[in-house]
Design a protein around this ligand. Structure first.
Ligand code: GTP
Length: 597
């Protein structure tokens, strides 16, 4: 394997622009899969709960392609397409010299097209731009080429046109990849250095580590060291995905493949870390390791008590497959024992929760998501707090800082007004508007992350009738006049309902909150006061009047099945009920805290 004949690349694209389909087409045209397998892949896509393509499952696939009589090894490395996963995109790109920038020829340039292209450019990769889906009636290649030129400055004459579905233009794409993407350069004689760009847990082999060899050679039987934490292992298996696993004895400079080394847990492996030889290894690790940063937190509590240990087991199991979410035990007066969990973003949070509920048969109560705050106390300490209940009392805080993000909205020019209103309502600072064509623009704002995490994406989608897309990048902490807003039910502070808000919005938010809670909390046998407070100052109050009759009384004299149904329905609802003092609060009530924002 002469590095001269190796090319390592990724495909970067906005979601649904056809990355998987094109990857499968590359496999087809290089003879790695049959026409029948290709068709089955396409059929899979129809499935709602579809299994992702072979390429996606493999994360990195090696193709052999012959051009002008010369055989090349082409390694295609997968990258996730969603906004939450920037860091994962850049770490996959670090294993490549080039990237195909794929743009749907009817949809045109979208927010993640731009964001991912910038990540590739920042990583010094050679970009090969290609319009996809040119078989479609709605394709508008000339305009989309112009959009690519206006947003990224890429020469329109160098933009290819392909169809992942029919295969049109793909031979030309192979030629361009080989011609334009540089071969890997590395030192064959130097000590081993291999970049870990991904890892996956598997019940049989333990952790499977995906690597790109930069210098030297990795061999089966060799003792290796993971440089970040210094643990040593013996290589028991090496191979490549083509797309099926093909074992090999060694991987040399520029090659991409997997390593199995008896590593038990995903947390022992850090993506971005360097593998070297245990004996006479490299001195210096490759640049690249960065702790993934959790930006959104929420509390997860079992809806029925006694399920704390089950929840812990479920979280541990999930962590085997996803090392980027964190969890630690927390206790809440209202909700009992549970966990505070950290995620890379809102989508990540949703995915983890769905998997938890689906795979473990637990029903969960989730508290309002929040961000991490940086607080400087009067005593001069700096605290990072990702649980609103732990925010110090107002008198102890010198400066209260919150994370900001720079957000790019790529939208039809007609929608500029609504998007600006949306951002102004959320304390956004306007930065600029760039026209990419006369009808499509990129509007840039700087927004507090806390104002984005709940429903900004949904609001954008509805405001632009689905045509708008967004992307964000974290900027760091900025001071603001923030306060912790508490909720008291029947005089008791419900710790799980505390939120952090801007002082100017606190009164309005407090009034809405108690009103909403009044609607959500059922009437009890006694009067229940609901209050919103900052420190000891009550800023809003509602009262739920006492209930006169019990629920089943309504059905008195009615037939017995109706009565039973009602009781069952109540029982169903109760699963997600929590007792606070004498008052019962439902999961919906907890979530309504968000909507009241
Ligand atoms: P994510 O991984 O979710 O970001 O999606 P993706 O970018 O991998 O897109 P995928 O390959 O799943 O394709 C998205 C949709 O576009 C599917 O319904 C495909 O069948 C369709 N599609 C992909 N390529 C083509 C193409 O060249 N022509 C046409 N007509 N449809 C295509």
């Amino acid at each position: 394997h002469d590095p001269k004949f190796i090319r390592n690349f990724s495909i970067v694209a906005h979601i649904d622009h056809g990355k998987s389909t094109l990857a499968d087409q590359l496999l087809l045209q290089s003879g790695a899969i049959s026409q029948r397998e290709f068709r089955e892949q396409l059929l899979d896509d129809m499935d709602l709960e579809r299994e992702r393509g072979i390429t996606i499952k493999a994360r990195a696939v090696s193709l052999h392609y012959t051009l002008d009589g010369q055989k090349y090894e082409l390694n295609l490395i997968d990258t996730p397409g969603h906004v939450d996963f920037h860091y994962e995109v850049s770490r996959s790109l670090a294993a490549c010299e080039g990237a195909i920038l794929l743009v749907d020829a009817s949809q045109g340039v979208q927010a993640q097209t731009v964001a991912n292209a910038y990540l590739a450019i920042a990583g010094d990769l050679t970009l090969v731009a290609a319009l996809n889906k040119i078989d479609m009636q709605a394709a508008r290649p000339d305009e989309v080429k112009e959009e690519v030129f206006n947003t990224l400055g890429l020469d329109p004459d160098e933009i290819l046109a392909v169809s992942g579905k029919t295969g049109v233009g793909v031979p030309e794409l192979f030629r361009t990849l080989i011609d334009r993407i540089p071969a890997p350069s590395g030192d064959q004689k130097a000590p081993l250095r291999a970049l870990i760009f991904d890892s996956k847990y598997n019940d049989y082999q333990g952790v499977v580590v995906y690597v790109r060899v930069v210098d030297g050679t990795i061999r089966v039987g060799q003792k290796i060291k993971l440089m970040a934490m210094g643990q040593e292992y013996e290589v028991i298996g090496l191979g490549q995905f083509r797309p099926r696993e093909v074992a090999c004895d060694e991987l040399g400079v520029g090659q991409v493949g997997f390593v199995v080394a008896n590593i038990k847990q995903l947390v022992d492996v850090r993506v971005g870390d360097t593998i070297t030889a245990a004996h006479r290894g490299a001195e210096k690790a490759l640049a690249g390791y960065k702790e993934p940063s959790q930006v959104v937190y929420c509390g997860l509590f079992p809806a029925t008590h006694n399920q704390f240990e089950d929840l812990r087991t479920a979280l541990q199991k999930l962590a085997l497959n996803d090392s980027s979410f964190t969890f630690e035990p927390e206790t809440s007066d209202a909700l009992g024992f549970g966990f505070r969990c950290g995620f890379l973003g809102m989508l990540h949070m949703e995915i983890v929760q769905q998997r938890l509920e689906r795979e473990s048969d637990l029903s969960l109560v989730q508290t309002a998501p929040n961000v991490t705050y940086e607080i400087v106390t009067r005593k001069g300490e700096t605290l990072y707090v990702s649980n609103p209940t732990r925010i110090p009392e107002p008198g102890e805080i010198e400066e209260f800082r919150e994370p900001y993000a720079r957000v790019n909205f790529l939208i039809p020019a007609d929608n500029i007004g609504v998007i600006m209103t949306l951002c102004e309502e959320r304390r956004g600072d306007y930065i600029k508007t760039d026209y990419i064509t006369p009808t499509r623009v990129i509007v840039t704002y700087e927004l507090p992350l806390a104002e984005m995490i709940y429903d900004l994406y949904d609001k954008l989608k509805s405001a632009t009738r689905g045509f708008g897309t967004m992307d964000y990048e974290l900027l760091g902490f900025r001071p603001n006049t923030l306060v912790r807003l508490d909720v008291l039910v029947a005089g008791d502070r419900v710790d799980a309902l505390s939120v952090v808000v801007h002082r100017d919005f606190a009164d309005r938010r407090g009034r809405k909150l108690v009103k909403k809670l009044k609607e959500e909390i059922d009437r009890h046998q006694f009067e229940v006061a609901i209050q919103a407070a900052i420190g000891s100052k009550v800023i809003a109050r509602e009262t739920i009047s006492a209930l006169r009759k019990n629920v089943t009384a309504k059905c008195y004299g009615g037939d017995i099945t109706r009565k039973r149904k009602l009781l069952e329905k109540q029982k169903e609802g109760k699963k997600r009920m929590k007792q606070v003092g004498n008052v019962e609060i439902s999961q919906e009530a907890f979530l309504s805290v968000l909507e009241a924002g």
